[in-house]
Design a protein around this ligand. Structure first.
Ligand code: NAD
Length: 294
C-alpha cells in the first residue's frame, strides 16, 4: 500500500483517484470544489481540508489541474506542495500544461530534494477509469517508481525522456489529432458533394492510405461507428474548448521555438471559429457539421 496525495478531483482526476482507492492504496485527496470532495469521500477516499494536508505524509503525489498557472500556484512558494510534501516524495503532474512550466516546477522540486515527472494523459473521461495512455518526462528512477502506480490508472505508460518531454509528446500528439480530424471532415464533405456514399468512403479509406484514428475510431459522421459523438448530437467526448487549449499550447511553443506549424496554426483558427459560433462545448468532431453549414 502506498500513501498517495491527489490534488484536483475533477472530470479526470476523480475517476483516476477512484481507481487508486479501489486498488487498496491510501489516497488523501483535495479539490477546491466541495462537490468533488464529497464524491471522493463516497468512494472511500480520505478528504483533506487543504492541499498541503493531502500531501503531508505522501510518498507519491498526483496533480490533475486545469492549466500551467494552477500548477505553478499549487506547487511553488512557501505554502506550496513542494515545501509541504516529505523529502524524497515523487510528484506526478498529469495536467496538460506548457513545457516551460513543467520544467521550471520540476527544477524547484529538485532543489528541495523531491522528484517530479510530467505525466500528461491521452484519453478522455471514459479512459480515466483505467485505460489512459501516460506520457512521462523525467529520470529513470522516477519512472520506475511511478510506473506501478500509473499502471493502475492507465493501459500504456511510456517514458518519453527527460523532464518536459511528456508535455512535448502530448502537445505534438494533439496537434496531429486536431489537424487529422479536420482533414477527415473535409473529405466527408467532399464525398457528399461528389455523390460518394459516406459509408463507402469509410470502408475504402479505412483500408487505404487515408486511414487514421479520426476516421476509424472516432468517425465524425453519423453511421459508420455507432458509438462516436457524431451519433449523439456531438456531445463530448473531447470538447472543442479542450482541443483549443492544446492547440494554443502547440502554437505558443512553435512561435517561441521558430517551428513552422502552418497547418497546426490553421487548425487552431478553425476551432476558434467554432468557439466564436458558440460550439466550445461540442465535441471537436462537430467540425463536420460546422463545415457543412459554413
Ligand atoms: P476539471 O476542471 O474537471 O478538473 C480540474 C479540477 O481541479 C477541478 O475540480 C478544480 O476544482 C480543481 N482545482 C483547480 N484549482 C485547484 C487548486 N488550487 N487546488 C485544488 N484543486 C483545484 O478538468 P479535467 O477535465 O479533469 O482536466 C484536468 C486536466 O487534464 C487539464 O489540464 C486537461 O487539459 C487535462 N485533460 C483533460 C482531458 C478531458 O477529456 N477532460 C483529457 C486529457 C487531458
Amino acid at each position: 500500500m502506498t500513501n498517495i496525495g491527489f490534488i484536483g478531483l475533477g472530470n479526470m482526476g476523480g475517476p483516476m483517484a477512484n481507481n487508486l482507492v479501489k486498488a487498496g492504496h491510501k489516497v488523501k485527496g483535495f479539490d477546491l470544489s466541495e462537490e468533488a470532495l464529497i464524491k471522493f469521500k463516497k468512494i472511500g477516499g480520505l478528504a483533506a481540508k487543504t492541499a498541503n494536508e493531502a500531501v503531508s505524509d505522501a510518498e507519491i503525489i498526483i496533480t490533475m489541474l486545469p492549466t500551467g498557472k494552477h500548477v505553478e500556484q499549487v506547487y511553488c512558494g512557501e505554502n506550496g506542495l513542494i515545501a509541504a510534501a516529505p523529502e524524497n516524495s515523487l510528484f506526478l503532474d498529469s495536467s496538460t500544461i506548457d513545457v516551460d512550466t513543467a520544467r521550471n516546477v520540476a527544477e524547484v522540486a529538485k532543489k528541495s530534494n523531491r522528484m517530479m515527472m510530467d505525466t500528461p494523459v491521452s484519453g478522455g473521461v471514459v479512459a480515466a477509469a483505467g485505460t489512459l495512455t501516460f506520457m512521462c518526462g523525467g529520470s529513470d528512477e522516477a519512472f520506475q517508481k511511478a510506473k506501478p502506480i500509473l499502471e493502475i490508472v492507465g493501459a500504456k505508460i511510456i517514458h518519453a525522456g527527460a523532464i518536459g518531454t511528456g508535455q512535448a509528446a502530448k502537445i505534438c500528439n494533439n496537434m496531429m489529432l486536431g489537424i487529422q480530424m479536420i482533414s477527415v471532415c473535409e473529405a466527408f464533405a467532399m464525398a457528399d458533394a461528389l455523390g460518394l456514399e459516406r459509408q463507402k468512403l469509410f470502408d475504402i479509406s479505412s483500408a487505404a492510405s487515408g486511414q487514421c484514428w479520426s476516421l476509424t475510431t472516432y468517425c465524425p459522421v453519423p453511421g459508420p461507428i455507432p458509438t462516436t459523438p457524431a451519433n449523439n448530437n456531438y456531445e463530448p467526448g473531447f470538447a472543442v474548448a479542450m482541443m483549443l487549449k492544446d492547440l494554443h499550447l502547440a502554437a505558443d511553443a512553435a512561435e517561441k521555438l521558430g517551428v513552422n506549424t502552418s497547418i497546426g496554426q490553421k487548425a487552431k483558427e478553425l476551432y476558434e471559429q467554432m468557439d466564436e459560433a458558440g460550439l466550445a462545448g461540442k465535441d471537436f468532431s462537430a467540425y463536420f457539421e460546422y463545415l457543412k453549414k459554413n
